[in-house]
Design a protein around this ligand. Structure first.
Ligand code: HEC
Ligand code: HEC
Length: 226
């Protein structure tokens, strides 16, 4: 509580006096981010809208990101989709991964992430409590992951896996467990045109893969041979 007030006070002082950090964050989101990221659910979802987006949808950001990760990433962004993400991909951009994304000052990043944490997904999209938190699941998670084809689109370690989709070796740092489990269970509930197949409905597989993704850095099994 004290920390929150302090952050609000500092951010408020350095940005615009009188406005709360969250509403200053909202202003920055509208002014600097909305041209590339949807901040509210588009009324008409379509294949064209999804394939021509300039950045990831952020209208469920508060149910997706770990706030600490967000505050850091917004100050020093790194590439998440190895193929170049959205928008223009050039060899220059790829060799300098942070060159594509604007970065924020620490006060701006605090304010923006506070505003982003208010953008929640409905409970049938990111299902609260879906992730069961059973550490025993870690051991089977890797084989579920490999056998379900995830590697063809996602990287499980730098240079291991497909390049089109977001890297997953940073999943636990980046994202909330219920979001990860919900996305694996029903990607098309987020957006029916998203390019991830809706194939992984088994409750067991969802739990095991999620647990594995949350523990990748501790796992010894991220080798190139299965
Ligand atoms: C010119 C377009 C553009 C603007 C403006 C922009 N972004 Fe992005 N953003 C992108 C692209 C492209 C990516 C994907 C990068 C990748 O995957 O490597 C991205 C990625 C992100 C991510 C990580 C998404 C993920 O994969 O989970 C966050 C968070 C984010 N942006 C927040 C912001 C915020 C906050 C602002 C405003 C302060 C902003 N962006 C402004 C284009 C933009
Ligand atoms: C055909 C390619 C493809 C396959 C196969 C695939 N995914 Fe995905 N996945 C994607 C794409 C593309 C996205 C990003 C969707 C978006 O733009 O919001 C994604 C997003 C995700 C996310 C959310 C990540 C984020 O940054 O928001 C998770 C978690 C995930 N996939 C896990 C898996 C797992 C686990 C498997 C295997 C069971 C798998 N995926 C198989 C393409 C794929």
């Amino acid at each position: 509580m004290v920390k929150k007030i302090l952050i609000t006070a500092i951010a408020g002082f350095l940005l615009q006096p009188g406005l709360s950090a969250a509403s200053q964050g909202d202003e920055i989101l509208k002014g600097k981010c909305a041209e590339c990221h949807a901040l509210s659910k588009p009324e008409n979802l379509s294949r064209t809208r999804t394939s021509s987006r300039k950045g990831q949808d952020l209208y469920y950001a508060g149910s997706k990101y770990n706030r600490e990760w967000l505050v850091k990433w917004l100050q020093s962004p790194t590439r998440i989709r190895p193929s170049g993400g959205y928008g223009e991909v050039t060899s220059k951009n790829l060799s300098n991964p942070s060159s594509l994304h604007l970065s924020l000052s620490s006060d701006e990043a605090e304010a923006v992430s506070q505003a982003m944490m208010n953008l929640k997904a409905p409970a049938d999209v990111v299902v609260p409590g879906l992730y069961e938190n059973n550490p025993e699941n870690v051991t089977d998670g890797l084989s579920y992951y490999r056998n379900n084809g995830c590697l063809s689109c996602h990287q499980l370690a730098p240079d291991l896996g497909g390049k089109l989709a977001p890297e997953l070796y940073t999943a636990g740092e980046r994202m909330q467990p219920d979001y990860i489990a919900s996305f694996i269970r029903h990607p098309k509930e987020f957006d029916p045109f998203v390019n991830m197949p809706n194939l992984y409905k088994s409750k067991e597989a969802v739990q095991k893969i999620t647990e594995y993704l949350l523990h990748i850095p501790a796992s010894k099994n991220v080798g190139k041979t299965p």
